[in-house]
Design a protein around this ligand. Structure first.
Ligand code: MRU
Length: 333
């Protein structure tokens, strides 16, 4: 089992995802500032994992004098909230940790709370896998995007957890993974996880999805989510919306898999989901190598929003929610 974050020797050990698949390097964070930097730089990434790491970051900040614990926790929470704006799980986990601190929890209890958040996410992934696996027809061609596996969660993953569970139940699905420009989470991370698990998978560039749907190679699309509004609008890695539009055009079911900690009940629709815009250098080249003319103007939104009415179902730990999503998501949350 891949452990992208784990509590060790009073610190948070993290697998540096920016160095995968070339190198499996672990770093030990002993300060909350290091956890914040790791989230900002994508050494730790994937909405549920960001939330888990942030919770451990609060546990780190809580260490020390009980007198000033509240202030240290508040400062750490503000720092962690500033790292990435889109993943709902980050804010959900921080709200939960801050609430525990306000109830008088000490450093030990806050670490226990972070461990509970971690464990609960692993359980949610297992259940998402079980519910979602029933949606995949025998031997279907299943397309996914970005990385939604063990590297993005506390367990087997969300969309990738569904794929893993289907395979472990003997369903010989053919997995297709989008490379996921610009940072290649599909090519680098999803392919790394699937190769380790000996799950056969085929990598495609993002622009190939439509042609493969037209040729009948894709029977179903399943993606993760960073934030889901009450009407089912779902923010996920840039390129997900294009897949949903293509899937609808070709009559292919499109599913989202996410734990309920990704649902933002304060948002009626996806129009107010904050979308992270990252630096231009990520699009101008890769791995420090410039692939564009000097000064090329680029856009780099890291996420897009897929309207709920393009989503055939949202797979959560409580089962598969179907449209209209308002009531189902509110009640489940
Ligand atoms: O920028 P990233 O790599 O953090 O983006 C991750 C995604 O878009 C995932 O699909 C999403 O967080 C769900 S992970 C279970």
């Amino acid at each position: 089992m891949i452990r992208p974050v784990s509590w060790q020797d009073g610190g948070l050990s993290i697998l540096d995802q920016t160095r995968l698949p070339g190198e499996e390097a672990y770093l030990l964070c002993s300060q909350v500032e290091q956890v914040a930097d790791a989230i900002r730089s994508l050494q730790i990434r994937g909405a549920p994992l960001i939330g888990i790491a942030a919770a451990y970051g609060i546990a780190l900040a809580a260490h020390g004098d009980q007198d000033q614990l509240d202030e240290r926790v508040a400062r750490a929470a503000a720092l962690l909230r500033s790292t990435r704006p889109t993943a709902r799980n980050l804010f959900w986990a921080l709200d939960r940790m801050v609430a525990r601190a306000r109830q008088g929890a000490g450093a030990r209890e806050l670490l226990a709370e972070a461990e509970a958040i971690h464990r609960e996410d692993a359980d949610a992934c297992r259940l998402i896998g079980e519910h979602g696996a029933t949606l995949l027809p025998q031997g279907a061609g299943v397309l996914t995007i970005c990385n939604t596996g063990s590297l993005a969660t506390g367990g087997i993953g969300t969309a990738l957890g569904v794929i893993r569970t289907a395979r472990s139940r003997g369903n010989p699905i053919a997995v297709l993974a989008c490379e996921t420009r610009p940072l290649l989470q599909g090519a680098r991370l999803t392919m790394w996880e699937l190769t380790r698990d000996r799950i056969p998978a085929t990598l495609i560039t993002d622009g190939m999805a439509g042609a493969l749907m037209q040729q009948g190679a894709i029977d179903l699309v399943i993606a993760g989510a960073d934030r889901i509004a009450c009407n089912g609008d779902a923010a996920n890695k840039i390129g997900t919306y294009s897949l949903a539009v293509l899937a609808r055009h070709h009559g292919i079911p499109f599913y989202v898999a996410a734990p309920l900690s990704t649902v933002d009940t304060s948002l009626a629709s996806g129009k107010d989901i904050p979308i992270e815009e990252r630096g231009p250098e990520e699009v101008r080249g890769f791995g420090g190598v410039l692939t564009t003319p000097e000064g090329t103007s680029v856009r780099n939104p890291a996420f897009d929003v897929t309207p709920g009415d393009l989503i055939d179902g949202i797979v959560t730990e409580r089962g598969v929610m179907r449209p209209p999503y308002h009531r189902a998501l509110q009640e489940a949350r």
